[in-house]
Design a protein around this ligand. Structure first.
Ligand SMILES: *Cc1c(COP(=O)(O)O)cnc(C)c1O
Length: 377
């Protein structure tokens, strides 16, 4: 393989629930869920059953033909938005979902895009153009023109940049890749007010925050707004590759025949896995569970002398350290059978499965505080 990921630190062989096993048989508690993706853990029996059943029935149709899991999933996503006029476009990844939003925004007749400093929207050329991280963008210039970056969680910055020339504002409810940066609820409300005033589309990139991760389906609901577009991937497919771009309400244009497409997008097996995952989240009340996971971290770690603060929402949690030891501690945790993520030398990112047990959380807390304390000296 090419070296774009560097040398992986582990070779995995299997997963079960909240645990992963490497090729040597070592067991790990998975507190990152394949970057906020395996929302109900690894190889959940409901998901493996749905995948197996669908693969025996119909595994691929292309988009020349409809299939039941795709239609059913689109209907469920529309219901979750609460907007009957919503329309879904299926693709395979987050980058593609944001590409679709970018292309759709062109149908307004405007071309300017506002995105936020520090944002992450994907690695393909269009989504990269909207990604507010120069280190990822600069080596690939020229990227597409007409994208301007406003400060995140800063409504004054948005006010200065917005106008009737702007087609779309794209924003994450929480900046996951940038360190689980959580804006005030007022921020999205003000962005909605401003975008409405100038007839600008508001796109919520819920690729990381969506599908229950933050204790809501899409990560913006607590603000009370209705966006024009939502993009999804990561947790959507229950571990299988699946992305979606949803157009809400009736203000935004939507794709007409021939305007966009994807051969694999909305594959029946991925849609079946998604439906099974959603059904488990509903049945086991995992949206509420996500919120209690956040409370567990806050009440047990916020006062720790090595920790500056705990931020995030639901089961998307950033642990901000006082000292630049995030990578050291993540490495140490791995040697002790716990996998976490880092987004900088100061930030540990946690995104456990929503159905992680209390016992597993207690185990994490014990190992984590022990390792943290050992480096405090
Ligand atoms: C991961 C991520 C993406 C990109 O998704 P891919 O499936 O890797 O293309 C886009 N936006 C956000 C917010 C993400 O976290």
């Amino acid at each position: 393989m090419q070296d774009n990921y560097g040398t992986p630190s582990l070779a995995l062989a299997r997963g079960k629930g909240s645990h992963l096993y490497d090729v040597e048989g070592n067991k790990y508690l998975d507190m990152l869920s394949g970057i906020a993706t395996t929302t109900i853990g690894h190889s959940h029996p409901s998901v493996t059953r749905a995948i197996s059943k669908q693969s025996k029935k119909l595994g691929h149709t292309s988009n020349l033909y409809a299939h039941q899991p795709g239609l059913e999933l689109a209907a469920q996503l529309i219901e979750m938005t609460g907007e009957k006029n919503s329309r879904v476009f299926f693709c395979n990844s987050g980058a593609e979902a944001n590409e679709a939003a970018l292309k759709l925004s062109r149908l307004t007749g405007r071309t300017k895009i506002l995105s936020t400093v520090g944002s992450f929207h994907g690695r393909t050329m269009g989504s990269l153009s909207m990604t507010g991280q120069p280190s990822k963008r600069d080596p690939f210039k020229p990227v597409i023109s007409g994208v301007e970056f406003i400060e995140y969680n800063d409504i004054e910055s948005a006010k200065k940049a917005i106008s009737e020339q702007v087609a779309m504002v794209i924003v994450e409810p929480i900046q996951g890749e940038n360190g689980v940066i959580t804006p005030s609820p007022e921020y999205l409300r003000e962005l909605r007010r401003l975008t409405n005033k100038y007839g600008v589309l508001l796109a919520i990139d819920a690729v990381q925050t969506g599908m229950g991760r933050t204790g809501e389906w899409f990560g913006y609901e607590h603000t009370g707004i209705t966006p024009d577009l939502i993009t999804l991937a990561k947790g959507l497919g229950g571990g299988l590759p699946l992305g979606a771009m949803i157009r809400l309400g009736s203000k935004a244009p939507y794709f007409t025949p021939g305007s966009h497409g994807s051969t694999f997008g909305g594959n029946p097996i991925a849609c079946a896995a998604s439906l099974a995952t959603i059904s488990v989240i509903r049945k086991e009340k995992l949206l509420a569970r996500a919120n209690s996971i956040f409370e567990f971290f806050q009440s047990n770690l916020n006062q720790h002398p090595s920790i500056e603060l705990i931020r995030g929402q639901g089961a998307l949690i950033g642990i901000l350290l006082k000292k630049p030891q995030a990578k050291l501690i993540a490495q140490d945790l791995k040697l002790n059978g716990v996998l976490v993520g880092t987004t900088s030398e100061y930030l540990i990112r946690i995104a456990p499965p929503l159905n992680i047990s209390q016992r597993e959380l207690n185990f994490f807390l014990k190992i984590f505080t022990k390792r943290l304390n050992s480096h405090a000296l």
